[in-house]
Design a protein around this ligand. Structure first.
Ligand code: MRU
Length: 346
């Protein structure tokens, strides 16, 4: 398969791969309004922080196109509704808020009529998509340097092409290392309850013939203890100003295990995922998803009816467990508030 296009623009609408039905089925769904894009984000047709950001940017552009024949006043009212709907779709990934803010600010500084504004916003959404791929490739080349030849890299969730506009963040590091001639194999945590590892990471690696071994989430400690893991590389949904990292539920557990076994734990993190407005991971909102993701999968429910369930979709790994943040400006070893704020200087 050629490069995976997680989202793509087709003449007058957005198309997104339906990630809920992978790998059995590969289908695109078409989107024409901000509301439908917000539903696609909430229901996880599209997921992964950078991909959510790109989808939200297109959601804004689509709404502007829908409203482009209205007068300016009605246009602006309609756009405010669209911003709100998109911002409420998922709470943890900061890229959603980053992308909507970027579109909103651009709209505010554009002194044009709705039709022209809509085209400017669409152009910006295309730009966000292109930039994301470029950033992932730059991050990938920095990250590739920290992986040794013949290493086995454990990853959690899916931070691949499917979680971004292309190439991926954590899997982008793996891809870039392989492209640079290194022999890398991947250990994919299955990532209960939504199975992003089993369904998406494994699929991406199999497509590209990068050796991948699937494990269930409770096996990583044993593999680390028996010397089968050389490095951990994960993505992130939001990094606080002090370097605390929110990522898919279970990441914290992996980071603690990596520390116990002296295995480096890297986080691939575009600058758009760093939230300088919060000083600690305790302030990151953690999405709680519906119980039926835990009591079963898709239509098959195996847990006892009436059981009480928790389903936090993310957890926070404290900065002191992070060996390095891999960014498009280089690798920040032992991240802390000072090093992170320096990234944004100049
Ligand atoms: O719930 P998801 O599938 O959106 O969670 C995705 C993750 O946790 C990823 O690791 C993160 O967004 C980084 S993706 C480059």
């Amino acid at each position: 398969m050629k490069n995976i296009e997680t989202l793509r623009w087709n003449e007058d609408h957005l198309e997104m791969i339906d990630q809920r039905i992978l790998p059995e089925n590969f289908e695109y769904i078409s989107y024409y309004t901000a509301k439908s894009v917000a539903d696609g984000i909430y229901s996880m047709v599209v997921r992964g922080a950078p991909a959510i950001g790109c989808a939200a940017a297109y959601g804004v552009a689509l709404e502007a196109l829908c409203l482009s024949k209205a007068n300016l006043e009605d246009f602006l009212v309609g756009m405010e509704v669209a911003f709100k709907i998109l911002l409420e779709s998922r709470p943890t990934a900061i890229n959603l808020f980053w992308a909507v803010d970027r579109m909103k600010n651009l709209m505010a500084e554009t002194n044009e009529e709705p039709e022209a504004i809509a085209l400017i916003l669409l152009k910006e959404a295309h730009k966000i998509l292109r930039e994301d791929i470029e950033i992932n490739k730059t991050m990938g080349s920095f990250g590739a340097e920290v992986l040794s030849n013949n290493s086995s890299v454990l990853t959690h969730c899916n931070a691949g092409a499917l979680a971004t506009a292309g190439h991926g963040t954590a899997l982008g590091v793996v891809r870039s290392a392989v492209e640079s001639g290194k022999s890398i194999s991947v250990i994919a945590d299955e990532t209960r309850p939504f199975l992003q590892g089993a369904r998406l990471t494994a699929w991406e690696m199999v497509q590209e013939k990068i050796p991948v071994t699937l494990i269930s989430d409770n096996m990583s400690g044993h593999l680390m203890k028996t010397g089968k893991v050389d490095a951990v590389v994960v993505g992130t949904d939001r990094v606080a100003g002090n370097g605390d990292v929110a990522n898919k539920i279970g990441t914290y557990m992996v980071a603690v295990l990596a520390k116990r076994h002296n295995i480096p734990f890297y986080v691939a993190c575009p600058l758009s995922t760093i939230d300088l407005s919060i000083s600690s991971g305790d302030e990151i909102p953690i999405e709680e998803r519906s119980a039926n993701e835990v009591t079963g999968f898709r239509d098959y429910q195996w847990a006892s009816k009436g059981v009480s369930v928790r389903n936090p979709a993310f957890d926070v790994t404290p900065a002191d467990l992070v060996t390095g943040l891999i960014t498009e400006k280089g690798v920040i070893f032992s991240p802390n508030a000072k090093k992170i704020s320096k990234l944004f200087e100049g």
